[in-house]
Design a protein around this ligand. Structure first.
Ligand SMILES: Cc1cc2nc3c(=O)[nH]c(=O)nc-3n(C[C@H](O)[C@H](O)[C@H](O)COP(=O)(O)OP(=O)(O)OC[C@H]3O[C@@H](n4cnc5c(N)ncnc54)[C@H](O)[C@@H]3O)c2cc1C
Length: 457
């Protein structure tokens, strides 16, 4: 007699959830996979939202990779959108679900559960964030609302609260639509977490593009005055017709916490490399979960799509009975800042200090192409290395082209636990259209090696 088919329930149907569901079905086509998402959409590119918003001719639905019907008909996944999970009963192996369309609740049992509940945009506790025209950008519903607002209201000025990567991407998108952009940032620099040498270049670019930036400015309230919104901070007031609040996200862990599933020090769900949580049969993946940071050698929370997809795949395979492991992260991320690319991997100065590591930082500015080839652009690199061992700890870059992919060399070096000396010795390509004879990566490593050789003052 064959064993009864497993039922795998997945909470959340975006990057981690749909990767888990698809992988589980692939591993064991007999298993029943039910995906529950409280929102109307599944499987979309959240990362593409700023670019989509900047292109009014494109529909937001262009960002959908797989819709619920196709997931059902082609992958055999029982996708239930607008179904919110209210609670998890670990002992009974069941979830309580509210059907937000039809109304009513039901209990759904599982043999394995994958929590892929993602993260939620942070809304600072100040008055006025519920006013029409004030948005966060987390999911496709937010993107639809922002695009509808841009279509319905004559937006000549936008205020963006938060100058991290999402704030900058939105500044770029709105500026491209002819909207004057003002940015407010609570920290004393844009791009918190980036080194001063990188920030200086980014701030110059924002200024060149006509973006007004106020740093050290804490949002106090948003108020309506006629057709305008007044954005008050401790640095003054900005008049705008659109406000985007992009001050970060927090892991969506309410269900896990209530179910007694252990959270890590970061506040996200603690998982092992197999994406198992503290509860038997329960896996977690994506923005709601921690990931092992290979440079720090401890769990961390860096919510990114690339990690969500990979963790989801491992969680789904294991929920279907496999024994897969997620290899960990080094914290690589890249984004566009108007005409520049910005990227980082590994640790920055704050994380190095927090970890109590003694390190050197080295800054270099070089070129993206050979001098003999037209179109060459400057590129600035900051590398961090452990003083005692010379081990690379992190790198950050900003420049006009080929930055995001160059950072991947540093990311690879971090995976391999290479020293800066070993990075400097790498055999990298040279051809005038792509790089100078000494690539900026090699120059940066060389400058770092010299800094390591200097006696400590
Ligand atoms: C504007 C923007 C740009 C980004 N750009 C990049 C980028 O360039 N590169 C990159 O790597 N990453 C980027 N990211 C991050 C990336 O989008 C996320 O890491 C990724 O979406 C996380 O996927 P996830 O499946 O873990 O979570 P989410 O995308 O948050 O999905 C979680 C889902 O779970 C559902 N859910 C939560 N609780 C319940 C419940 N109780 N019941 C039912 N359903 C529930 C939610 O409705 C949601 O649909 C960006 C994010 C944003 C917002």
């Amino acid at each position: 007699m064959s064993a009864a088919a497993l039922r795998i329930v997945v909470i959340g149907g975006v990057a981690a959830g749909m990767s888990a569901a698809s992988q589980a079905r692939r591993r064991d086509p007999r298993c029943e996979v039910v995906v529950l998402d409280r929102g109307p959409d599944i499987s979309y590119s959240a990362c593409g939202m700023p670019y989509n918003i900047g292109d009014l001719a494109r529909g937001v639905d262009d960002l959908v990779i797989l819709n619920a019907e196709t997931a059902r008909s082609e992958r055999g996944i029982d996708v239930r959108t607008r179904h919110a999970v209210l609670s998890i009963d670990v002992a009974r192996r069941a979830v309580q679900v509210a059907d937000l369309e039809a109304g009513g609740e039901y209990t759904l049992g599982w043999d394995a559960l994958v929590i892929a509940s993602g993260a939620t945009a942070i809304r600072p506790p100040v008055p006025g964030l519920d006013l029409p025209g004030v948005f966060v950008l987390r999911d496709l519903t937010d993107a639809r609302h922002i695009k509808r607002h841009l279509a319905d209201v004559k937006v000549s000025t936008a205020a963006i609260v938060g100058a991290g990567y999402i704030g900058i991407e939105m500044a770029d998108a709105l500026h491209g639509l002819g909207v004057a952009v003002s940015m407010l940032e609570k920290a004393d620099q844009v791009l918190p977490g980036f080194a001063p040498a990188i920030v200086e270049v980014a701030e110059r670019e924002l200024e060149r593009q006509g973006v007004r930036v106020q740093t050290g400015a804490s949002l106090q309230s948003v108020q309506r005055e006629g057709a305008d919104l007044l954005v008050y901070s401790d640095c003054g007031v900005i008049r705008a017709q659109l406000v985007i609040v992009a001050v970060g996200a927090r892991p969506e862990v309410a269900l896990a916490r209530q179910a007694g599933i252990a959270l890590g020090a970061s506040g996200a769900i603690a998982v092992d490399s197999a994406m198992r949580t503290s509860a038997p049969g329960v896996f977690a993946a994506g923005d709601c979960a921690e990931a092992h940071h290979l440079v720090l050698d401890r769990p961390s929370w860096i919510p990114l799509g690339t990690t969500a997809n990979k963790q989801g795949k491992v969680a789904g395979a294991n929920a279907a009975g496999a024994d897969e492991h997620f290899g960990g992260i080094v914290g690589s991320a890249g984004f566009k800042c108007f005409d520049l690319e910005v990227a980082r991997t590994g640790l920055g100065a704050a994380e190095i200090a927090q970890a109590g590591l003694a390190a050197v930082a080295a800054v270099s500015t070089h070129h993206t192409r050979a001098g003999s080839y037209p179109g060459d652009k400057p590129i600035t690199t900051v590398v961090y290395a452990e003083r005692a061992s010379g081990r690379l700890l992190g790198a950050q870059m900003i420049g006009g082209e080929a930055v995001a992919k160059r950072i991947d060399v540093f990311a690879t070096a971090l995976h391999a636990r290479m020293t800066l000396g070993q990075v400097e010795a790498l055999d990298l390509t040279y051809a005038p259209p792509f790089a100078p004879v000494y690539d900026p990566i090699l120059i940066a490593a060389g400058v770092g090696v010299k800094a390591l050789a200097k006696p400590r003052r």
